[in-house]
Write a protein that binds this ligand. Structure first.
Ligand SMILES: Nc1ncnc2c1ncn2[C@@H]1O[C@H](COP(=O)(O)OP(=O)(O)OP(=O)(O)O)[C@@H](O)[C@H]1O
Ligand SMILES: [Mg+2]
Length: 254
């Protein structure tokens, strides 16, 4: 059974001039336990909007979203909040850390509603996860005083600490150097494998996308499978024939 399934999902928003902006249309996709999916697409193509719908943070304008076979639209908001808290780990594009609180407070937060050992040992579990993202020495630092890449790693630790079955990562390596990015991606893979979680990664980086088993592109509001091998070829070709207006690798997959 799929973990999360979108059926003919569309999302439109009303703009201040009373016109509608169609962000997503006709999106049907299933993500199962242990799945690893990458999504690329140009800036503004709707990737974060789609991730928010997959994670039940936002509702579609039409179409349905099901989590473990149950339709999300029919759930009361309290139940939906619990379902999300228990099962979904988000790495937000803008990190969304609690300002004025330490890295440890931020990573402990999702365990505040956990049960048993996870609740009683929450600070130790959070400290261990911060260690795994290479921030064991900065746990008492106020989150907004950390560098962008350090904040991103706190956000990743926070997303993983409760061992969610669905990990949604919005450009999780966007603020990281190549080596740190690679080790953070390995950690995401490792934690996902440990718990047979599904991992959906939005990225502009072909190498990050290549770690997934299924690859999609979001274009004009539609989600379509993408052949990453061909995208790699195109980027190698683009890199070998430098000319004005040659797209960067990132653009060639979006
Ligand atoms: N609530 C909203 N009201 C108005 N416009 C919105 C709203 N939500 C999203 N949009 C618009 O929808 C489009 C898609 O936004 P989204 O953040 O999903 O793009 P994205 O693919 O994640 O872009 P990026 O790569 O820059 O992060 C953008 O043009 C954005 O301005
Ligand atoms: Mg985005």
């Amino acid at each position: 059974m799929s973990l999360v399934a979108l059926d003919d999902v569309a999302k439109s928003v009303l703009l201040p001039d009373d016109s509608w902006l169609e962000i997503l249309r006709g999106i049907t996709v299933e993500v199962g336990a242990g799945d690893h999916v990458s999504i690329v697409g140009r800036s503004g193509s709707g990737k974060s909007t789609l991730l928010n719908i997959l994670g039940m943070l936002d509702a579609p304008t039409s179409g349905s979203v099901s989590f473990e076979g149950r339709e999300v639209r029919r759930m009361r908001s309290g139940r939906l909040d619990r379902l999300r808290g228990d099962n979904v780990g988000f790495v937000f594009q803008q990190f969304n850390l609690l300002p004025g609180r330490t890295a440890l407070d931020n990573v402990t937060m999702p365990l505040g509603h956990a049960k048993g050992r996870m609740f009683w040992n929450r600070r130790q579990i959070a400290a261990d996860m911060l260690e795994r993202v290479g921030l064991g020495h900065r746990i008492d630092q106020i989150a907004d005083k950390l560098s962008g890449g350090e904040q991103q790693r706190v956000a990743i630790a926070r997303a993983l600490v409760r061992k969610p079955v669905l990990i949604l990562a919005d450009e999780p390596t966007g603020a990281l150097d190549i080596d740190t990015g690679a080790s953070v991606m390995s950690l995401l893979d490792e934690v996902a494998t440990e718990t047979d979680a599904a991992l959906v990664t939005i990225t502009h980086d072909l190498h990050v996308a290549a770690r997934a088993r299924r690859h999609y592109r979001l274009d004009a509001g539609r989600l379509e499978p993408v052949d990453l091998g061909r995208a790699f070829e195109a980027s190698t070709l683009a890199a070998s024939v430098p000319s004005e207006g040659t797209p960067a690798v990132a653009e060639s997959v979006s």
